[in-house]
Design a protein around this ligand. Structure first.
Ligand code: 6PG
Length: 252
């Protein structure tokens, strides 16, 4: 696993750098494997990336017919609920780009949690033709408690070694507690994991996560075995980082 930490000036630069990476990976995957599989993150940080991706010039640089979109996690709410990660992506991205509807693999948050987890797991196994996923791109956020996707500190889901999807309960801010999440086996087989971290409220947790590799926090358990891990962070979130640490650089 190669890890890089890229520090960009602000949230706008974060969105732009993230979009450029998305486009590059999508073109590369479509050309070499005939499809591009991306698991989208929820929360607020990726909204700017999704909006920019839906605009020219980036919109037309993506081979949407060959793109398959999934989610790293979803709240157990209907798809039109304000707390739905699908709804956020639909409003900022999906309705603006020509991705085929059958290529949008929504987590059915309206179902009972265990039923939704089983259904999403079946969808993944059908798509990847077996019990192992291999996402080309895994977009992840970082919670101020060190969670990522909906893998929260102390969760039994962190111990999952075979199932791709788990139903969890977790209180975080004012967000829905009942959630569906990819597990580490589904995340750590990705070709490229891209964390997006923005804002001063993440400075302390980002420093904690990056300064103690191998720690117990969920975000520290993300190690794509045969893939690349990139932390794309803005200056505000990077305020407490050791800029001399290996793999740290300013970029675009
Ligand atoms: C979710 C997200 C979650 C998010 C972090 C950071 O469903 O809430 O998947 O993991 O990425 O909580 O959220 P912000 O980007 O809003 O800080």
């Amino acid at each position: 696993m190669d890890t890089e930490i890229v520090i960009v000036p602000d949230a706008e630069a974060l969105a732009r750098s993230g979009v450029q990476r998305f486009v590059g990976l999508a073109q590369q995957a479509a050309e070499s494997r005939g499809r591009f599989t991306a698991a989208l993150s929820g929360g607020s940080t990726p909204e700017g990336l999704y909006r920019l991706l839906a605009e020219e010039p980036y919109r037309n640089q993506v081979p949407w017919q060959q793109v398959h979109l999934f989610w790293g996690d979803e709240r157990c709410v209907p798809p039109d609920d304000p707390g739905s990660n699908y709804r956020m992506a639909e409003q900022t991205l999906l309705r603006h780009v020509p991705v085929p509807p059958e290529n949008v693999h929504r987590v059915q948050g309206e179902l009972a949690p265990e039923q939704a987890a089983r259904a999403y797991g079946r969808d993944l196994e059908d798509f990847f033709c077996g019990p192992h996923t291999r996402f080309d791109l895994m977009l992840l956020g970082l919670g101020s408690d060190g969670h990522t996707a909906s893998l929260f500190p102390g969760s039994v889901a962190l111990q999952e070694e075979t199932r791709l999807v788990a139903a969890v309960e977790a209180q975080y801010e004012d967000r829905p507690a009942s959630r569906i999440t990819l597990t580490l086996p589904a995340i750590n087989t990705s070709r490229h994991v891209l964390f997006l971290v923005s804002g001063s409220s993440k400075a302390e947790i980002l420093h904690q996560v990056l300064s103690t590799p191998g720690g117990p926090l969920p975000a520290q358990r993300v190690h794509p075995r045969a893939g690349e891990l990139t932390w794309l962070v803005d200056e505000a979130a990077a305020a407490e980082l050791d800029r001399a640490a290996p793999g740290t650089g300013t970029g675009s």
